[in-house]
Write a protein that binds this ligand. Structure first.
Ligand SMILES: Cc1cc2nc3c(=O)[nH]c(=O)nc-3n(C[C@H](O)[C@H](O)[C@H](O)COP(=O)(O)OP(=O)(O)OC[C@H]3O[C@@H](n4cnc5c(N)ncnc54)[C@H](O)[C@@H]3O)c2cc1C
Length: 436
């Protein structure tokens, strides 16, 4: 395929992010050309695809990943880098909606993704600026209550690495007067997300996995006994196909199109602040997000910039002026940074599911998919990759639990789902503003 006619990724090169500018060296992989065969073919080289692929090659499978742009081109290579335990939808919501058994099951795996990431980094010596701890900041008393309830509930499932921080205790972590307090999770953390992808891809290839880049899959045959993925210049026939295109898959697989909606969110990177100024801002180097519906998330990079993210655009378009949009929010949190230079600003799409619970399932007998981490997928995609690999290897026990979780299409169909969701988000935003 001619790169200028790339269906969803422009010329297929990484977005102009801080991460792309500071990426570890990586090879440019070949396009898929001609007819090939493997045991397992995975579409998409983000965390979902790479995690699934790496688990499978570790078990000895012959696996190929077909990536439409570059490894880590999607959300996985441009996100906030926050390693947050959980599956976005709270355990409280999961318990209420799907019952105690499902909540018990989910509680058993909410810390697994973070552990997989740390294992990968250690085993494969991935250089990605890993740091410990994440903070959920509260802007109101109601947020503090919510966090206290969350901590109690998690503790009731045996998850005890968390601690409430009063306003003055939080000041030891974040030099901002904006917050009432926070919850700190000592088992969370943060890292350079693109370098994590590149490291996982290198490990996958070292164990015999193949990656094709700049090869957008334009159609798949999921009904055949041996599924096929087609690009404009080649085909991959396999025993098992795994679809990990998430928000960027578009309508290539009609069965998946209505399950999730692309939503964009933005991040910017300040100029390097220097050790002293950066350490005064976030002294213990935790990453931080607040708990509003439309939230701010931020952290220090390895070279001591502030990476500040936030905002959402339903439908997945990019705002005209990312810096102007985010600077207002950053100035509220850290007025002491007014006037600081912004070196990079970028946008990316995550896949939102209506219930905010990520989805995993099967189309026909031999095609699996995972997507819809709803903005918190760094850990979930790693866990889901492991669960998919177990299923492909014959152990369906954990896959079957997720496969059976009901999913709901977005109301409004193709034309109205974006405006409907905007009204919903406006309502939640208003509640956040009023502190209710
Ligand atoms: C700006 C931003 C900030 C975020 N911050 C955080 C955070 O701090 N913490 C957190 O937990 N989560 C965060 N998220 C969410 C998290 O990044 C995602 O949930 C996670 O990376 C999803 O991984 P994935 O592999 O499923 O999808 P992606 O990383 O998007 O990967 C999908 C890949 O599939 C490829 N693809 C798509 N269609 C095709 C096709 N037809 N043919 C071939 N290849 C195809 C794409 O090119 C892409 O590389 C953020 C997301 C964004 C966008």
């Amino acid at each position: 395929m001619n790169s200028t006619t790339h269906p969803y990724a422009g010329n297929g090169q990484h977005t102009g992010s801080y991460y792309a500018a500071t990426a570890n060296p990586a090879p440019v992989r070949a396009e898929l050309v001609g007819d090939q065969q493997v045991d397992v073919c995975i579409v998409g080289a983000g965390y979902s695809g790479l995690s699934t692929g790496l688990h499978l090659v570790e078990k000895g499978y012959k696996v190929a990943i077909i990536e439409g742009a570059r490894v880590g081109w999607g959300a996985s290579g441009r996100n906030g880098g926050q390693i947050v335990n959980g599956l976005n939808a709270s355990l409280q919501t999961i318990k209420k909606r799907y019952g105690e058994d499902t909540a018990n099951f989910v509680a058993g795996l909410v810390q697994e993704g973070g552990q997989i990431i740390r294992e990968r980094i250690k085993t494969y010596e991935i250089q990605c600026d890993l740091k410990d701890k994440n903070i959920f900041a509260a802007l109101t008393k109601a947020h503090m209550n919510e966090l206290e309830q969350r901590m109690k509930l998690w503790a009731s499932y045996g998850i005890r690495n968390q601690q409430m921080l009063s306003k003055s205790e939080l000041r030891q972590h974040v030099a901002s007067d904006l917050y009432e307090g926070a919850l700190i999770d000592h088992s969370g953390g943060h890292m350079h997300p693109l370098n994590l992808c590149l490291g996982e891809a290198a490990a996958f290839e070292k164990l015999g996995g193949m990656i094709y880049e700049m090869s957008p899959v334009i159609s798949v045959d999921t009904e055949a006994t041996a599924p096929v993925a087609r690009t404009s210049r080649g085909t991959m026939t396999c025993r098992t196909l795994v679809l990990c295109g998430n928000a960027y898959l578009g309508s290539v697989v009609p069965e998946l199109t209505w399950r999730v909606m692309p939503v964009s969110t933005q991040v910017m990177a300040t100029e390097p602040l220097g050790e002293e100024r950066a350490n005064a801002l976030i002294p213990q180097d935790a990453c931080v997000e607040d708990i509003r519906y439309i939230l701010d998330y931020y952290r220090l990079s390895g070279d001591k910039r502030l990476l500040f993210g936030g905002g959402t655009v339903y439908g997945g378009t990019d705002p005209d002026n990312i810096e102007a949009k985010l600077r207002r929010n950053m100035d509220k949190v850290f007025p002491q940074l007014k006037g600081v230079r912004i070196d990079y600003a970028w946008s990316g799409n995550f896949a939102l599911s209506f219930s905010r619970v990520p989805q995993m399932g099967r189309i026909g007998d031999n095609t699996y998919f995972a997507h819809g981490y709803s903005g918190h997928g760094v850990t979930g995609s790693h866990t889901f990759g492991r669960i998919l690999s177990e299923a492909i290897d014959g152990d369906l026990s954990r896959f079957d639990v997720f496969k059976d979780v009901p999913w709901y299409p977005f109301p409004g169909g193709r034309i109205f789902r974006v405006p409907y969701s905007m009204v919903g988000s406006w309502w939640y935003g208003l509640r956040d503003k009023l502190g209710i």
